[in-house]
Design a protein around this ligand. Sequence first.
Ligand SMILES: C[S@@+](CC[C@H](N)C(=O)[O-])C[C@H]1O[C@@H](n2cnc3c(N)ncnc32)[C@H](O)[C@@H]1O
Length: 287
Amino acid sequence: MNDAAPHTLLDYLLKATDYFKSRDVESPRLCAELLLAHLLDTTRIDIYLRFEEPLSAATIDAYRELIRRRGKHEPVAYIIGKREFYGRDFLVNKDVLIPRPETEHLVEAGLAGMGDNHSARVLDVGTGSGILACTFLAEREGWSAVALDISEQALAVASENATQLNVTDRIDLRQSDLCAALDEKEKFNLIVSNPPYIRKDEWDLLPHDVSDYEPRLALYGGEGGLEVLRPLLAQATRHLETGGLFLCEIGEEQGEAVSELARESGYTSISLENDYAGKPRMLRVGL
Ligand SMILES: C[S@@+](CC[C@H](N)C(=O)[O-])C[C@H]1O[C@@H](n2cnc3c(N)ncnc32)[C@H](O)[C@@H]1O
């Protein structure tokens, strides 16, 4: 940063970036750009075309406040209230997990796995912001979904996202401890879940951006990380159609343990799939 007082948009971007670096904020320049783009109601690309523009006093004050929050490691997605998932913006707040890019793998596998089934019934267990259920419905207009979450606050966010994506008439949101709110006879062609699976020892190593801000209920899987996965695998067998597909995100070291749990629960064709980084992060099972 040069010594002259900041004046242009670029000056403030550089200043924010330096501040984030001093606070050990990850991807400092990207954060500075995302927050400014949000304030100016524009895109990051547009910012690059406007480097020499001055910022108004009101924008400077508002930008300072957002920078202060990010400097305390509050995630950008919570500050700006949204995160992109599979090409669509989803509303997020502190009551829901911030969508992760690796979870898009479940969408791709689910869409491919259902092939030309034009009326698939989907079950999303632990829907959070609703990204999985809503994305399937937005991608396939003949599909319907039941989306479950134990958190009423998370379901409120999922409901807003369903409205935003125009899928409310095809989604049934229910508060439920795992599959408890399902009728014994309810069956699905596709079951998906990204359950909490962080182990106790991993929890202590999480970055502050995650452990201080994202809901523990969404992440923590108990001492060994399997406290939600174990009953989930057992319960989901009762609701999967014969010939159906159950896809579940798992921790990178859980492949062996969850494959064994899947065998014990009576699933067939059990396999693990790697994420884009080559780590086994998805369990794929059938019945
Ligand atoms: C890792 S988050 C996933 C959210 C969303 N599906 C996603 O992929 O971003 C796990 C979700 O499971 C929910 N959850 C935790 N325990 C649960 C339980 N026993 N029954 C139902 N939902 C549960 C949490 O509230 C949270 O929304």
